[in-house]
Design a protein. Structure first.
Length: 106
């Protein structure tokens, strides 16, 4: 079964994820991955390059996260791979913030 949930999911603390985890347990594990800015063509094209000062915008995105660099697609994929492997068999209802610490200060 596939269910789409918007990125607002992570902003409200993963409530839909937790509700679905309870609804579908024990047969299905439900988790949410909440990435911050990821170094992709789309972020560069639609965010950084469209800014009035692209260099300043790029640095602003980097500075937003305490761990500084933008995430790579591979880093986000690694978290997803972990969540679907047997090592994560006891994880359900979790919202994984992969944002370099950006939301830690919210």
């Amino acid at each position: 079964m596939e269910k789409d949930v918007t990125t607002d999911e992570c902003e409200i603390g993963g409530s839909p994820t937790r509700a679905m985890a309870l609804d579908f347990a024990p047969d299905v594990r439900v988790n949410c991955v909440c990435p911050g800015y990821v170094d992709t063509d789309m972020v560069r094209r639609d965010g950084i390059e469209q800014a009035s000062d692209p260099a300043d915008m790029g640095q602003a995105l980097i500075d937003e996260a305490p761990l500084k660099p933008l995430a790579t697609p591979e880093e986000i994929a690694s978290a997803i791979i972990y969540l679907v492997c047997d090592d994560a068999r006891f994880i359900t209802g979790a919202a994984f913030q992969i944002d370099g610490g950006t939301t830690a200060g919210w």
